[in-house]
Design a protein around this ligand. Structure first.
Ligand code: 13P
Length: 248
């Protein structure tokens, strides 16, 4: 069975209720005919308003993180139950900015991923190497650790979305070439086949993320193992619709 492409935006710490509503209103008619799954992962405080704004459209609203505990003394965190109350279907987990600036570890990624799965929230688990790691030839080693530890104990890997985001390509305007992204994502799929099984690995949606935009999306999406994109900067603009319609 062919994998259904999945284009997701990551607004990061951008937008307000007003600008978000305006953008979603503009995007709605433009993504109507899209054949892929579409999501926007928005700042937690905007979730209720954006769910309302996106109602009746192809755009599903996702979160940018989720905590593993059901409730409790975890100041600043948000539970699966709280997200589900608003119909949130996706949560980004282990984004490199969380790893880099907020001390997120593979163990934390693992706990968050298992909690999301147990609550029918699709985790978008981010993996990727830094420039230094790539230059030292450590890309495969880094990805292997992130995948092995981050996905430990996952029963059905087909319920997880993986986003390969090379840290050096995020927000830098320096995209991985089509070949680089394909090669690394093919490696990730091979690794998933080893950690889980080949049949399941073939079904996993693997996105590319890192300066993906309206211009370079076609080439990336044409690669056999790339099933979608996790879009930062370009998801804050009407360009996001062009990416969603990459096949037109
Ligand atoms: P940019 O598209 O802005 O490079 O961000 C990518 C990203 O980090 C998406 O999660």
């Amino acid at each position: 069975m062919a994998r259904k492409p999945f284009i997701a935006g990551n607004w990061k710490m951008n937008m307000t209720a007003d600008s978000g509503k305006e953008l979603i209103a503009q995007l709605k008619p433009l993504v109507k005919e899209a054949k892929c799954n579409v999501a926007l992962c928005v700042p937690a405080i905007l979730i209720p308003a954006m769910v309302k704004a996106a109602k009746g459209s192809k755009i599903k609203i996702g979160a940018q993180n989720v905590h593993w505990a059901a409730s409790g003394a975890y100041t600043g965190e948000i539970s699966c139950e709280q997200l589900k109350e608003y119909g949130v279907k996706y949560a980004i987990i282990g984004h490199s900015e969380r790893r880099q600036y907020f001390g997120e570890t593979d163990e934390g990624v693992n706990k968050r991923t298992l909690a999301a799965l147990a609550n029918d929230i699709t985790p978008i688990v981010c993996v990727g190497e830094t420039l230094e790691e790539r230059e030292n030839g450590e890309t495969e080693k880094v990805l292997t650790k992130q995948l092995t530890d981050g996905l430990n104990g996952v029963e059905d890997i087909t319920k997880v979305v993986i986003a390969y985001e090379p840290v050096w390509a995020i927000g830098t305007g320096k995209t991985a070439t089509d070949e680089q992204a394909q090669e690394t994502i093919a490696f990730i799929r091979k690794k998933l086949a080893k950690l889980f099984d080949t049949k399941s690995a073939k079904k996993v949606i693997i996105q590319y993320g890192g300066s993906m935009n309206a211009k370079n999306c076609k080439g990336l999406m044409a690669q056999p193992d790339i099933d979608g994109g996790l879009i930062g900067g370009a998801s804050l603009k009407i360009d996001f619709a062009t990416i969603v319609n990459f096949d037109k």
